[in-house]
Write a protein that binds this ligand. Structure first.
Ligand SMILES: [Zn+2]
Length: 95
């Protein structure tokens, strides 16, 4: 157990909720493919635009984000030397 961080252990004991819970001010399609960016302060419409998806090891719900927010995450990930947490949704999605 020693190599697991306390954060990860907490995450394992308290798994993410199975369904996306919307809060006041959230768009109903927040975090969905072709919906709205999952970042509460952003919620940019994603249809027809660059979209990124959180990898399942970071969030099993795999919420979607706009390119601007994904790059913000990745700038932080690079700073702390962590793997990038989002992957770009493939072009085929738009066909
Ligand atoms: Zn965004």
């Amino acid at each position: 157990m020693g190599r697991y961080s306390s954060t990860l252990m907490t995450r394992l004991r308290h798994p993410w909720p199975k369904t996306v819970r919307l809060r006041d001010g959230d768009k109903p399609d927040k975090g969905r493919l072709d919906g709205s960016c999952n970042r509460t302060a952003c919620q940019t419409p994603l249809a027809g635009r660059e979209q990124w998806r959180m990898k399942p090891e970071y969030n099993p719900e795999q919420p979607h984000y706009c390119g601007t927010c994904a790059r913000d995450f990745h700038n932080w990930d690079r700073r702390i030397g962590a793997p990038l947490r989002c992957e770009q949704v493939s072009e085929e999605t738009f066909q």
